[in-house]
Ligand binder design. Structure first.
Ligand SMILES: Nc1ncnc2c1ncn2[C@@H]1O[C@H](COP(=O)(O)OP(=O)(O)O)[C@@H](O)[C@H]1O
Ligand SMILES: [Mg+2]
Length: 405
């Protein structure tokens, strides 16, 4: 009598083979689905963090690793709350989605990275539910907003500059002529035959103050309606040295010792020497003003091939480093905005002028600081010859030249 297969305890060899093949097919298809899922998450520009209903992190993609500065292994299975102890807004977002089951969005979240630095991100948290509507967890999508913020600030800055141009032209027109009239009248008074010599002191104050006002108007006008740089190949170190020579007395009086750390292989830059001098004069003066009790001011140069911030061009990089007060992140955002100043009697135009000069040269600049320890202003200026034959891995051994002889 034939044995029915379901009654058997054992399988014959061909059935085992068939089952094994089926198993292999299934595990291959699971593996390919897993790889597909990983590729999908890996190719997203947005950071993705998946949180289990119990609050543990299930997975994060490479974009989220990069944004947070932490590796996926460090996240795996750890409570979300524990991984972001200082990011209240982010935790709040996830908590709200857990509680309400709805999607929540915040475009202005401050994320603390592993190295302690901060980055502004946008975050969207949504519920992952299965076919029956049961919650399977939360998906959190995060995106770096730094670029957008910078763009916003740039637009704001150029709006201000455009407004400033209009105001300056109006001011110049309305003020220049009356100023000239005032000056002329004061001088005519002095020339009157019966003019008492004792009053000459007053008329000279009028003339002096009128001259000061005229100079301010001229400076404002030249800033608001720049003539544009006249570019030529020039030696950056010569420009810096001539500037330091001119500034030697004020530097000495302020008890500031300049350390020159020049890269002797630095090729020529394509620049307007007068504007570059103005640029570094502003940076040096700010450095000096940040060190009321004196200190060291380092001026360091080096060469950089294909600088990302300058459209891949070869550039000279100059750093002006002081040991002054530094600035906090709130000030950092506003440094280059015209009329932003924290100094009594400051104009707030110095760094705005620097930025305009650098951008007119096709360069870039940034400022970093450790509050209380000092600041570093970094400037990138394109080289005259883009094919300059310096090794791509050129590692400068700074010729430490110290102060000017
Ligand atoms: N080297 C520096 N260290 C600290 N803060 C600085 C430095 N340079 C600039 N700042 C800050 O940026 C502001 C704007 O600088 P700037 O545009 O040169 O205008 P001003 O020097 O007239 O204030 C300063 O008031 C100061 O708060
Ligand atoms: Mg200044």
């Amino acid at each position: 009598m034939p044995v029915r297969p379901e009654k058997r305890d054992t399988l014959n060899a061909s059935e085992v083979k068939g089952l094994r093949r089926r198993c292999e097919e299934l595990s291959a298809s699971i593996e390919s689905m897993r790889a597909y899922y990983e590729d999908l998450l890996g190719s997203l520009q947005d950071g993705i963090i998946i949180v289990e209903p119990g609050g543990q992190i299930r997975s994060i993609n490479p974009a989220a690793e990069e944004l947070t500065g932490l590796s996926a292994q460090m996240f795996q299975g750890r409570p979300f709350e524990q991984m972001f102890p200082n990011d209240r807004a982010l935790k709040e977002l996830v908590r709200k989605t857990m509680e309400t089951g709805r999607t929540h969005t915040d475009f202005d979240v401050r994320l603390t990275r592993a190295d302690g630095s901060h980055v502004v991100i946008s975050a969207i948290s949504g519920l992952i539910s299965d076919g029956t509507g049961r919650a399977r967890g939360i998906v959190l999508a995060i995106r770096d907003q730094t670029g957008i913020r910078e763009l916003e600030e740039r637009v704001q800055r150029s709006d201000r500059l455009a407004a400033l141009g209009t105001v300056a032209a109006g001011v110049a027109h309305e003020i220049r002529n009356p100023l000239a009239g005032l000056r002329g009248a004061a001088q005519l008074l002095e020339g009157e035959p019966g003019f008492p010599p004792l009053l000459r002191e007053y008329t000279s104050v009028i003339v002096k103050e009128v001259d000061r006002l005229s100079a301010i108007v001229e400076r404002l006008l030249s800033f608001a309606t720049p003539r544009g740089p006249v570019l030529r190949a020039c030696n950056l170190h010569e420009i810096l040295d001539s500037l330091l020579f001119l500034e030697r007395v004020p530097l000495h009086t302020a008890r500031v010792a300049v350390q020159r750390q020049y890269d002797p292989q630095l090729p020529e830059i394509l620049a307007d020497p007068a504007e570059v001098r103005q640029l570094f004069l502003n940076l040096i003066r700010n450095g000096v003003e940040a060190m009321p009790n004196g200190g060291d001011l380092i001026i360091r140069t080096r060469y950089e091939r294909s600088a990302k911030c300058c459209g891949g061009r070869s550039v000279a990089v100059v750093e002006v480093i002081d040991q002054g007060s530094g600035f906090d992140p709130e000030i950092e955002r506003r440094l280059f905005t015209p009329f932003f100043t924290t100094k009594e009697g400051g104009t707030g135009l110095g760094l705005a002028i620097c930025l305009r000069i650098v951008e007119d040269h096709g360069g870039a600049m940034e400022a970093t600081s450790t509050p209380g320890r000092g600041s570093n202003f970094r400037v990138w200026l394109p080289l005259a010859k883009q094919s300059e034959a310096v090794s791509p891995h050129h590692d400068p051994h700074w010729a430490v030249q110290g102060p000017l002889p």
